[in-house]
Ligand binder design. Structure first.
Ligand code: GDP
Length: 362
């Protein structure tokens, strides 16, 4: 499954945040298909729609979607040169599918900042530079290799070298590959290189409990992120970790006192799921209401394949009710009566929230 890697400089609150995630995470035993490792947190994707569906369907159980976060320690300036835990750090990040960049936006004289002062923009630069340098080394090695193939007349290698030389310039300026404007074909050609800065990225601003408003660090981070088109989730890791430790009743009370609808972690989890390019469709039966995870843009047979590969192979059609119709009509039978159940074929691109029933041959 797809994973978000949590990165950031030392002492920005990564472990605090990761611990909060795993605290509120799921029982590993319920997910035998997931590998449980100490640095991987598997969390349910909070989705209000599950409860709404359950109210109508009254199922025996509900099963939300899940997403994985990986705690990736060891980023320091010089990581790309193999300093500190540099190599391990880069190897770990290579295995993730998106990057969650935790940035310190709280002032606290008791907590040492590795660079001497709280400065989100320069922290982001340090991280960006290390990742870009690692990619640069990779691109330059590849240019040498592919140039040989290109000289012997390999058309694909020639095309690749042209792209790589463009990326080399781009990376030398410290810019991430994701901002290089590559098209789908070009991205497919460079995929085997497993570059780091091509992965989608977002920021977590770790703010003080009272640091959500009028926080100059946060404002600067938000400005930078807007230029990069990157999402920002502001939360207080220390507070999230306290909330995660509470039982359900205390949690509800605490959140109400703070005037919050839900923990900040929920926003982070949903943003991570979205960053990974994932979306949800539902099956809603009396046995189970369940959220299934697919990629944005997946077709009906691909969506069926998530339930079982036989469903994809033997796909006949999908009976689809849009989530809003399902709720507005009050369930499948009434949605069908109202003409809101559609029969969709192999080409149908599934919408987020679709409630689907698949018909298939075995
Ligand atoms: P990491 O090195 O990035 O994993 O950072 P840690 O999670 O270990 O946090 C470093 C220090 O900052 C610890 O002493 C934390 O208690 C503290 N810390 C983490 N989050 C917050 C926060 O939101 N506010 C404050 N004031 N301190 C925090």
């Amino acid at each position: 499954s797809l994973k978000c890697g949590i990165v950031g400089l030392p002492n920005v609150g990564k472990s605090t945040l990761f611990n909060a995630l795993t605290q509120s995470g799921i029982e590993a035993a319920n997910y035998p298909f997931c590998t449980i490792e100490p640095n991987v947190g598997i969390v349910e994707v909070p989705d209000e729609r599950m409860a709404e569906l359950a109210k109508i369907v009254n199922p025996k159980r509900t099963q939300p979607a899940i997403v994985e976060f990986v705690d990736i320690a060891g980023l320091v300036a010089g990581a790309s040169k193999g300093e500190g835990l540099g190599n391990q750090f880069l190897a770990n990040i290579r295995e993730t599918d998106a990057i969650v960049n935790v940035v310190r936006c709280f002032d606290d004289d008791n907590i040492v900042h590795v660079a001497g002062k709280v400065d989100p923009i320069s922290d982001i630069e340090v991280i960006g530079t290390e990742l870009a340098l690692a990619d640069l080394a990779c691109v330059e090695k590849s240019i040498v290799r592919e140039s040989k193939r290109a000289k012997s007349g390999d058309k694909e290698a020639q095309k690749l070298v042209t792209i790589l030389e463009r990326l080399q310039q781009h990376l030398l300026e410290g810019k991430p590959v994701r901002a290089a404007g590559l098209d789908q074909d070009e991205l497919a050609l460079i995929k085997p290189l497993c570059l780091l800065t091509v992965k989608p990225a977002m920021y977590v601003a770790n703010v003080a409990e009272n640091g959500f408003d009028n926080n100059p660090h946060l404002l600067r981070l938000q400005q930078l992120a807007a230029q990069e088109n990157a999402p920002v989730v502001a939360l207080c890791a220390a507070m999230e970790s306290e909330i995660a430790d509470l039982d359900e009743a205390d949690k509800t009370e605490f959140l109400a006192e703070m005037g919050l609808k839900e923990p900040g972690l929920n926003r982070l989890i949903r943003a991570g799921y979205d960053l990974l390019g994932l979306q949800t469709y539902f099956t809603a039966g009396v046995q189970e209401v369940r959220a299934w995870t697919i990629h944005k843009g997946d077709t009906a047979p691909q969506a069926a394949g998530v339930i079982h590969t036989d469903f994809e192979r033997g796909f006949i059609r999908a009976q689809v009710i849009a989530y809003a119709d399902f709720i507005a009509c009050g369930g499948e039978a009434k949605a069908k009566e109202a003409g809101k159940m559609r029969a969709e074929g192999k080409e149908y691109v599934v919408n987020d929230g679709d409630v689907i029933h698949f018909l298939f041959n075995v």
